[in-house]
Design a binder for this molecule. Sequence first.
Ligand code: NAD
Length: 465
Amino acid sequence: MMYNLAIIGGGPAGYTAAQMAQNAGWKVVLFEGDTLGGTCLNVGCIPTKTLLYSVKQYHNAMLANKYGISVENIAFDLKKMQQRKQKVVRKLVAGIKASLKDCTIVGAIAKVVSRTDDKVVLEAEGEQYEAEKLLICTGSNNFVPPIEGISDNPFVLDSTSALNLQEIPQSMVIVGGGVIGMEFATLFGQLGTKITIVEAMQDILPQLDQDVVDLLKEKYVKQGIEILTNTKVERIDRNIVFTNNEQKPQIDAEKILVCVGRRANLRGLEALEDIELERGAIKVNDFMQTNLKNVYAAGDVTGKIMLAHVASRQAEVAVGRMLKHIPLQRIAYNAIPSVVYTNPEIASVGLTEKQVSDFYKEMEGIDAYEQKGGGEAFYEVKSLPMSFSGRFVAENEGENGLCKVIVDKRNQTILGVHAVGNPASEFIAVASFAVRMGYTISEFKQVVFPHPTVSEILRETIMAI
Ligand code: NAD
């Protein structure tokens, strides 16, 4: 049978594309060599957030006294937490499977055999499949840096093995203070593990706005998490990490978690030898088309922004283009929200203050930028403490947080929103909408927010501009 579309990979990009194409009446074959749902659902976003929620409940129980509740004998049961995590994952995987009822699902690794402009031939477990178009959604793998002593070391974990630990280690060195590193520091740190974060750059979470990072860092350092920045790992010997940090040249820990980024997974695509790559990932245009006429790619394999919600949006754009229903839709990469599930959470969308100031410095030239009065001439920044929201104060005893909004002075549009405090993840979508639609602050001010909600902090901050 000739399929209209073959999809390799059943993660958020692959299953979203398959749902959309099958609903349009296309004959679709989807190959998944592991479990439907991909990294996000099986070994990423969902299991991490499930465990983090258990940890938050434990943490809240310990703080219950602050809210007038006495709780005795507080303890956690990692085995039960792990069982619940598996149950959540199973339920969501089953939901995806059910949603793909009109699609052929092949539970095996697919390999491209050949391609012409109107046909792609694939092979999985000895069977051949033909399709008019191919969508590559093969995702990414943990990057293992070339550090001596890292490979085949039983003390070294990646995010997948860290998620499956059956005992809480007493101590852990986390190599890489990015999103994964900080989320695992939260998970294990709040269960009592002594955490040391080793970050090569001058700060943790280097892609985020400095003000929100500073607030989180202050809190984590107070909790006893050690953060070593500008520090590189030189080698690892069993459970000892050797660094270039003169104050801390060696750190020993029960476990070493390495999370220094992910790389596109190109396995099975060897026959597409003419496919254009960019920094090791598949190069795509705004419609997720590769340089090969009938081959598209979506998700982490494109190396754009490695987030599940970007992957699913990319898949929608790709299939929209193939179906010619919505051929001109592109992704607004400037309005992609991101959340770091630390406690408190960090949520942001749009540009950071540094990115805005770098943009204007480059556009104007550094001398003209300074002569015109520096950043203040081009953009306005307003930050309010989260305690300006009554609901935040009611629910976050003794906690602080921040909401920061950056506005372009030329046209009064919102360039970026950055928040730290619980539950920032739940209101960042409103800010994404404003950034995506290019709303001015006077337009935004006409929107009524429900009271009392933590989301009101966003309105309060914008009202103060
Ligand atoms: P990352 O790029 O977010 O962070 C990696 C960090 O490691 C960086 O800060 C980098 O400077 C540092 N680093 C690199 N080499 C180093 C070295 N040799 N020694 C010390 N530090 C080093 O990558 P990640 O945390 O591994 O996450 C991978 C991907 O998964 C990212 O794209 C991330 O956005 C995504 N992810 C997202 C979420 C979320 O949205 N909540 C959660 C988990 C993962």
